[in-house]
Ligand binder design. Structure first.
Ligand SMILES: Nc1ncnc2c1ncn2[C@@H]1O[C@H](COP(=O)(O)OP(=O)(O)OP(=O)(O)O)[C@@H](O)[C@H]1O
Ligand SMILES: [Mg+2]
Length: 338
């Protein structure tokens, strides 16, 4: 079977955890969910398995997202998630201890940073490198980060939106806000509650966002039926929502993201800003797939905006590329040994 690689990249996302093994590429992508027995607190399953269990099993089994707003909210849950998934891609007997490079949001505090490292060591890592998510996304989006010309990446994920201006292999300006996919889902739930007197689930809200959501009022208005529960009668009810509804629901949050993009541009030194004007802003992350979000950002900032290829896996690809080159790894990661 040849040599078993011990270098692993982990994109520890709020919505999805993705794992890259050096020499093999992406080996796994699963929802960042753990299934817990509400009574005993025992973790019963992680990832896809956990998601599938919920709703099909007794009421005392619930799904929990151990990561919130891009950081670890539940240490044990996150450790179990990482450990279980690593052991699934590399059988225990075949490796001693792997070297991990893990992506983190740029707004993370020292305490949160140590929590990520702690989880990785406890999950069995030998060395842990941390790379800022925006840096990983930029490398994965094939931006030439080492060049002296400035470039800008905006990673729109589930828990956080990350903005970074890069030049000469470093981050010149960075900002991060806890407004991203999850918040947009909550906005949709709230809007439907206010305007239809119906409560819908998080899953339904996410589906509506993906299917008919758009960042600008679109010419071709789409419709979608969703099931919820009438707040007055308590009975199930099906309602029909339009792109316009979802656009209105998401508006405030989209402008909040835009405000931080503009702030990041304002904080950028003029020479680098003019490079970005020329080369454009690159979008990555799951929410960069929201219809017209590139156009929305472009119209509001006056900058050209491009969508990265395969935007959801840019961060993981960046981590993988760093594992392939020790120079990139050293230059772009933050902490090294414990
Ligand atoms: N086609 C799509 N259209 C709109 N939104 C989408 C689409 N596909 C995925 N998303 C949204 O993208 C988000 C997940 O993106 P991603 O996988 O980049 O997040 P993450 O890396 O887990 O989170 P974070 O980086 O914030 O910790 C979810 O909110 C999801 O609903
Ligand atoms: Mg992410």
């Amino acid at each position: 079977m040849g040599i078993i690689s011990k270098d692993i990249g982990i994109d520890l996302g709020t919505s999805n955890i993705r794992i890259h093994v050096k020499g093999r590429g992406m080996v796994l992508s699963e929802p960042s969910v753990v299934a817990i027995n509400k009574i005993t607190g025992e973790i019963l399953a992680v990832g896809n398995q956990a998601k599938e269990m919920v709703g099909r099993t007794p009421d005392n089994i619930i799904a929990v997202k151990p990561l919130k707003d891009g950081v670890i909210a539940d240490f044990e849950g996150t450790r179990m998630l990482i450990q279980t998934l690593i052991s699934r891609v590399i059988p225990k007997s075949l490796f001693s201890k792997p070297r991990l490079v893990v992506s983190i949001p740029s707004g993370i505090t020292d305490v949160e940073e140590r929590a990520v490292q702690g989880v990785a060591y406890k999950a069995g890592a030998k060395d842990v490198f941390l790379m800022e998510e925006a840096m990983a996304a930029a490398i994965g989006a094939k931006i030439k980060v080492e060049q002296p010309e400035g470039s800008m990446i905006v990673d729109l994920g589930g828990g956080t939106s990350e903005m970074a201006v890069l030049s000469l292999g470093g981050i010149v300006v960075t900002n991060s806000i806890k407004v991203a996919g999850d918040k947009l889902d909550r906005d949709i739930i709230e809007y439907i509650k206010q305007n239809f007197n119906v409560i819908i689930g998080e899953g339904e809200a996410e589906e509506v966002k993906k299917q008919i959501g758009a960042a600008t009022a679109s010419m071709t208005e789409e419709k979608m039926s969703i099931k919820g529960r009438n707040l007055t009668t308590g009975l199930p009810q099906t309602i029909t929502v339009t792109t316009d509804d979802i656009n209105k629901a998401m508006k405030d949050s989209l402008y909040e993201i835009l405000r931080v993009i503009k702030l990041t541009l304002e904080e950028t030194p003029p020479e680098i800003a003019s490079d970005i004007m020329e080369r454009g802003i690159v979008l990555s992350g799951g929410c960069s797939q929201i219809k017209n979000i590139d156009r929305f950002i472009s119209e509001e900032t006056g900058m050209p905006v491009f969508l990265a290829e395969d935007p959801e896996t840019c961060v993981l690809k960046g981590l993988g590329m760093a594992l392939d080159s020790i120079e990139i790894l050293k230059k772009t990661t933050l902490a090294r040994k414990r």
